[in-house]
Write a protein that binds this ligand. Structure first.
Ligand code: X2X
Length: 340
């Protein structure tokens, strides 16, 4: 008798499951997508393009809302990856720097002077290194879909032009949340202090710090020339890729068809986002630099000899972090760049 009831209950449950439209019962009315800056920045535009493509292509089944300012973790960028893993955040377009406290191999892109040009960045993220990184992110519990770009990080300050490492002596600089940056700027003789981007902007405005490093799109988008950041050094010392990701449970809750749509939309959006991120900051199209100079900013480029001085002084940091990141992975990156 008992046994028959059990079978009956099981059949009944199976019938209910069978009747429900595939997965629809698990879909949320809104998926929260985290980014650090606003939607007017190239980074944020990538997030907007992705969410719009997904909404259109799923006929609204997947409805993404973009949350700028890393607001879902109260602005603390270094907690973003953990929040994605835990499901506090459903999706993100995030920086490798901000996630490197959890996935230490992501520090690779912050090795000083590893990537000399855009072809080098592409050789890494679109090649074996990128695939290896995606495996590591997957292993850490998050589903990676596409590579985007924040960009080459340039140095600005309110004090004077920086042409040589000596010019940085004692300068109080805001850096991002990986200890590798503290090591790099300490080696350069500066006085680095780690803080979130949310805290950095008032700190620059009040003069609590003298300078910072960020891609030019962030520098101009945040109008840092209005808070005394009138000296800019183009040194391309690191570049910061972005990654389009989804929380694993959310990913598993979607139908296979919808997963394909979200993945393809991420790839399409990322491709467009990289074009937007490189606009105006390349030798072929320096229009953003012209705009910056128009705000009374002194833009300094490095001579080959000065560039060498920066590379040399940061070499011990590179060597130390090569070991921490993993010699094999860094060697693979060096090889990929040499063969680009
Ligand atoms: O905090 C920064 O400097 C920023 C906005 O570039 C990142 O999120 C890595």
């Amino acid at each position: 008798m008992k046994f028959r009831n059990l079978i009956g209950a099981a059949l009944c449950a199976a019938a209910v499951v069978g009747m429900a439209p595939a997965h629809a019962q698990n879909y949320k009315p809104e998926y929260k997508l985290s980014i650090v800056v606003g939607t007017t920045f190239p980074w944020g535009q990538g997030a907007e393009i992705w969410s719009n493509l997904v909404r259109e292509r799923t006929q609204g089944r997947i409805n993404i809302k973009v949350y700028p300012g890393t607001s879902l973790v109260q602005g603390d960028q270094t907690r973003e990856f953990t929040a994605i893993r835990q499901g506090v955040i459903d999706m993100a377009v995030g920086s490798t720097i901000n996630w490197s406290p959890q996935v230490k191999q992501l520090n690779l892109f912050s090795l000083p002077f590893l990537m000399p040009d855009y072809a080098a960045i592409d050789a890494l993220v679109q090649g074996d290194v990128g695939r290896e990184m995606f495996k590591l992110i997957e292993k850490a519990g998050v589903v990676p879909l596409a590579w985007g770009e924040n960009g080459y990080r340039q140095l600005s300050n309110s004090k004077h032009q920086i042409k040589k490492p000596e010019d940085m002596k004692g300068m109080k600089l805001r850096v991002v949340g990986s200890p590798l940056y503290i090591d790099t700027f300490t080696a350069l003789g500066a006085n680095p202090t780690q803080m979130s981007w949310a805290d950095a902007q008032p700190a620059l405005a009040s003069g609590a710090v003298d300078g910072q490093e960020n891609p030019l799109s962030i520098y101009t988008g945040s109008k840092l020339y209005t808070v005394g950041q009138k000296n800019l050094t183009l040194w391309n010392y690191v570049a910061d890729p972005l990654i389009f990701v989804v929380n694993r449970e959310v990913w598993n809750s979607w139908s296979e068809k919808d997963r394909d749509i979200v993945r393809q939309a991420a790839l399409d959006a990322a491709k467009q986002q990289i074009v937007i991120a490189r606009k105006g900051v390349t030798p072929e199209d320096p229009s953003l630099l012209k705009e910056i100079e128009g705000h009374g900013v002194t833009v300094t480029s490095l001579s080959a000899a000065d560039h060498e001085a920066f590379v040399k002084i940061t070499k011990p940091v590179y060597d130390k972090w090569k070991k921490q990141i993993g010699e094999d992975l860094v060697s693979l990156a060096e090889k990929s760049i040499a063969n680009r």
